[in-house]
Design a protein around this ligand. Structure first.
Ligand SMILES: *Cc1c(COP(=O)(O)O)cnc(C)c1O
Length: 376
């Protein structure tokens, strides 16, 4: 064994689907694909390599550490670490690695300037807060920002970005449009001094609603991985063109009879109403299948949906396979994806997210972070 895995469950990452999703978004030169958090659980390097082949010129990551990894294996793209940095060391590393790290406030401008050797120029990003209330300069901070850029002429803002709070919520359209207006006026003020400054506002939802023409660079994340930011809203069809990139499999460890009246798993929260056949699969809360899903999800086994029954354990779940013609140890259960028989549907990250009262992003991140990954 080359590596030690704690579960035989597995994430299958379809890089061809990722590439097709990327091409569906428009001209690669208008896109800064978001590959933060290990590419939403899909794996930073394999995803970056696929996007590089597809012509990506920009990447958004979370940390300088991710940016450093990309640089060290030779990626030449513009790289923006969206979280910014808080230490002088990271600012120094940003300069050395040519990362387009965002300035967030006057303090971070000081550190950025300090990282830049005399007579050199440091291209940076500018984070603008237009209504998300998270990072960056707000409207009231614009005088400080502009004054700071004059005080530190070595800092050259090359991209200004802001983030939508609710571009995926139809009822919040007016808030989204107000963010757009604010972004326009803030970036116009900057462009008076830096005419080449490029602007980036769209996330996945913004890109689907406003198109690639809305400002210069879009930053799609979830749609790249096949998720629909509008799921469950009247705009659902605007985000349904994308293919899921991740599937998750778990092998059956044992198949056995559960007689009527017998129970399975901890807490005895499932008792067989009649004689049944059950399969025990190698999947559990340690590999991204939350315990709160107990008795509330299906697994696709040999093409058909089988209800998960009983408490979810750390590394095992049980499924009712009574309806299947055959199921045996070694067969794969598909927690998401797989090949459904005619008339059957694959389980999706959206379906699990709905059951968990969360969003597909979280489901993908957890499966990806806790399972071995194979690529095709
Ligand atoms: C995560 C993130 C994105 C991508 O958002 P999606 O909804 O996945 O498209 C874009 N910009 C910023 C600043 C982010 O943090």
């Amino acid at each position: 064994m080359d590596e030690c895995y704690f579960s035989p469950s597995c994430c299958h990452i379809d890089l061809a689907a990722l590439t097709r999703n990327f091409f569906r978004m428009g001209d690669p030169s208008t896109l800064m694909p978001v590959i933060k958090s290990d590419a939403y659980g899909h794996g930073l390097l394999p995803v970056a390599r696929a996007l590089d082949k597809a012509g990506a010129l920009h990447f958004a990551v979370g940390t300088v550490s991710e940016g450093a990894l990309l640089r060290n294996v030779g990626f030449h793209q513009q790289i923006v670490p969206l979280l910014g940095v808080v230490s002088q060391d990271e600012w120094n590393a940003s300069f050395a690695l040519k990362l387009t790290t965002p300035i967030l406030d006057v303090k971070s401008m000081q550190m950025a300037a300090h990282a830049c050797p005399d007579h050199e120029i440091f291209p940076v990003a500018v984070a603008l807060n237009t209504g998300m209330g998270r990072l960056g300069f707000s409207v009231d901070d614009m005088p400080d920002l502009i004054e700071g850029l004059h005080r530190y002429p070595m800092l050259k803002p090359v991209v200004a970005f802001s983030h939508y709070a609710c571009a995926d919520i139809p009822e919040e359209s007016s808030y989204t449009l107000a963010q757009q207006e604010r972004f326009k006026s803030m970036t116009n003020a900057l462009r008076a001094f830096f005419p080449d400054l490029s602007r980036s506002l769209n996330n996945s939802a913004g890109l689907q609603v406003f198109g690639e023409g809305a400002f210069d660079l879009s930053r799609p994340g979830i749609t790249l991985y096949g998720g629909n930011p509008f799921v469950g809203t009247p705009w659902e069809s605007k985000g349904s063109d994308f293919e899921w990139v991740m599937s998750v499999s778990a092998p059956i460890l044992q198949v056995h009879a559960l007689k009527g009246g017998e129970s399975v798993s901890y807490g005895r929260c499932f008792t067989a109403p009649h004689d049944m056949t059950i399969a025990i699969l190698a999947m559990g809360y340690a590999t991204g299948f939350p315990r709160s899903l107990s008795n509330r999800a299906d697994v696709l086994i040999n093409g058909r949906r089988c209800p998960q029954i009983g408490r979810v354990c750390m590394g095992m779940i049980a499924c009712d396979v009574s309806q299947l013609g055959s199921a045996e140890a070694g067969d794969l259960g598909w927690i998401m994806g797989g090949n459904p028989d005619p008339g059957q549907r694959a389980v999706t990250a959206d379906e699990l997210a709905k059951e968990l009262d969360t969003i597909s992003y979280e489901v993908l991140c957890h499966f990806g972070a806790t399972n071995r990954r194979v690529y095709s």
